[in-house]
Ligand binder design. Structure first.
Ligand SMILES: Nc1ncnc2c1ncn2[C@@H]1O[C@H](COP(=O)(O)OP(=O)(O)O)[C@@H](O)[C@H]1O
Ligand SMILES: [Mg+2]
Length: 372
């Protein structure tokens, strides 16, 4: 056995959930080979999920046995210090008039990503920030309807486009640029181009924060965004079911791989507040995403209950945070917004956040939901 041979074998081991191998990700931190062709491999990963570790160990053992190792020992270690973060992948910023970029992501659709993007953006504006909201969900742009601007066409100035104003924030969406109901089938390269144009060719003002509603998943749009601007922070939206949490891990993993400091997790559809008695009932589970957040050294920013008003607000273009500021949901979005603003300030002060330094806190309301 040689180090070369070991590395070649490890190039066949794909990191679970991704298409790249552990060597390309630079996860292999040490290789030791003794005279009897026994091999020890040290792999450093941030994810502490046991299934991921077990799968990696099994695949590494299989590949190295195939390559001729007599015996294999795999040591999986966590990074000693938090991964050193820089929130700029390329040093590029194609929208320099924007101070902070906030990426709202989720592992899958339908969990309330757009709802969160809209209400967080409005909450921040209500807290005095100059806010923009970019709908980067090119396939399924919902922001125009949710912001009540689905019939508004943006003004074109030369070869640039002015964002549309609504509820005190600037908004742009693919939905505002095309005819209603028109569906789009995009190739990867076109998505990348569209994201770049949204940043460069939209006349955003000098904004404190541009909230970006991403398409679900972890694909080209996310990568393009991270390569075009220094993303200040990422928020993952999830629902409390276990199946959803698996997806949210993928989203958190993606933030780490893209060097995006993680502001936290929003657990949406977490409990149901009954309009009749005002009590909170458990539907999909509650508080289940806090351990996942902790795995990634971040915190649960808020639990947002299922409230019929949230859906109605979305459907009718009257976001609940603006139109019903006294509702429980509005209050929780305001709290989450304050935490995200504080987190982004910290990232800016430190020139890249160290997630582990942000202490997880108890989410608001968790101790108050003993209605079962
Ligand atoms: N907390 C909530 N309470 C009630 N309805 C919600 C809540 N969050 C989202 N919804 C509704 O669920 C649907 C999906 O939400 P959406 O924000 O469009 O998800 P995504 O952007 O992740 O696909 C929408 O109709 C929205 O109004
Ligand atoms: Mg959406």
């Amino acid at each position: 056995m040689t180090e070369e041979k070991v590395l070649d074998a490890l190039r066949n081991v794909v990191y679970p959930g991704f298409t790249k191998d552990i060597v390309s990700f630079n996860f292999v931190k040490g290789i030791e080979i003794d005279d009897n062709d026994r091999v020890k491999v040290t792999v450093e990963i941030t994810s502490s999920a046991d299934e991921v570790k077990a799968q990696l160990i099994k695949e590494i053992e299989t590949e190295l046995a195939k390559a001729g190792a007599e015996d294999v020992y795999v040591d999986i270690i966590a990074p000693k210090k938090p991964v050193e973060r820089s929130n700029s992948m390329t040093g590029k910023n194609i929208a320099p008039q924007v101070k902070n970029f906030l990426m709202i992501s989720s592992g899958k659709g339908g969990v309330g990503k757009s709802t969160t993007a809209v209400n967080l953006a409005i909450a921040m504006a209500m807290q005095g920030k100059r806010v923009g909201l970019l709908d980067a969900d090119i396939y399924g742009p919902n922001i125009p309807r949710m912001m009540g601007i689905d019939n508004v066409k943006p003004e074109v100035v030369g070869n640039k486009v002015k964002p549309i104003e609504a509820y005190g924030i600037e908004v742009m969406s693919m939905g505002s640029l095309m005819e209603p109901g028109q569906s789009l089938i995009w190739r990867g390269a076109m998505i990348m181009k569209a994201i770049e144009q949204f940043l460069r060719d939209i006349l955003w003002s000098e904004l404190d924060v541009l909230v970006i509603d991403m398409p679900p998943g972890t694909g080209d749009a996310q990568l393009t965004l991270a390569q075009s601007v220094p993303v200040t922070a990422g928020v993952t939206v999830t629902t409390p079911q276990e199946v959803s949490l698996d997806d949210s891990r993928r989203s958190l993993d993606m933030f780490q791989k893209l060097h995006i400091p993680i502001a936290g997790v929003i657990e949406n559809m977490s409990g149901f507040i009954c309009p009749g008695d005002g009590k909170e009932y458990d539907i999909f589970g509650m508080g289940t995403s806090e351990p996942v957040a902790k795995e990634y050294g971040t915190e649960l920013l808020a639990r947002i209950p299922i409230e019929p008003q949230v859906r109605i607000g979305g459907d009718t273009g009257k976001p609940v945070t603006y139109t019903q500021p006294e509702s429980e949901t509005a209050k929780r979005f305001q709290q989450a917004a304050s935490k995200v603003i504080a987190f982004m300030e910290k990232v800016n002060e430190e020139g890249g956040a160290d997630n582990a330094a942000i202490q997880p806190t108890t989410p608001p309301g968790v101790s108050a939901c003993s209605t079962r």
